[in-house]
Design a protein around this ligand. Sequence first.
Ligand code: AMP
Ligand code: ZN
Length: 109
Amino acid sequence: MSCVFCEIVKGNLPAKVVYEDGHVMAFHDINPQAPVHVLLIPKKHITNLAEEVPVELAHALIRGIRHTVERLGVKDYRIVSNSGKGAGQEVFHLHIHILAGKEMPASTV
Ligand code: AMP
Ligand code: ZN
């Protein structure tokens, strides 16, 4: 089964890439929910956080958040990762939403 984010990693689908290293890639969300809305993904296909994330990759993801927001020039941001259909996950390749550029509502989390 083809995965849209794996296709982006392979370069088969276009993306506005913000940050990339050997482990992770960050690109603008196609349907932004905030003035800044970027998705950070592992290059390796992992379904969501219910799956084992190797420690080196977990570290790369956390570091990737920092590098990505530095590139974006934002200071305050919110990260969200929907894990499972019931939480609103639509693309089943692990991704961390990085949202910024507006006042975040305190109601959800
Ligand atoms: P989620 O609902 O947490 O699975 O989020 C999936 C996100 O992927 C949504 O915010 C979509 O707008 C975004 N998305 C889907 N396809 C693409 C794509 N080709 N390029 C960029 N973002 C995408
Ligand atoms: Zn994938």
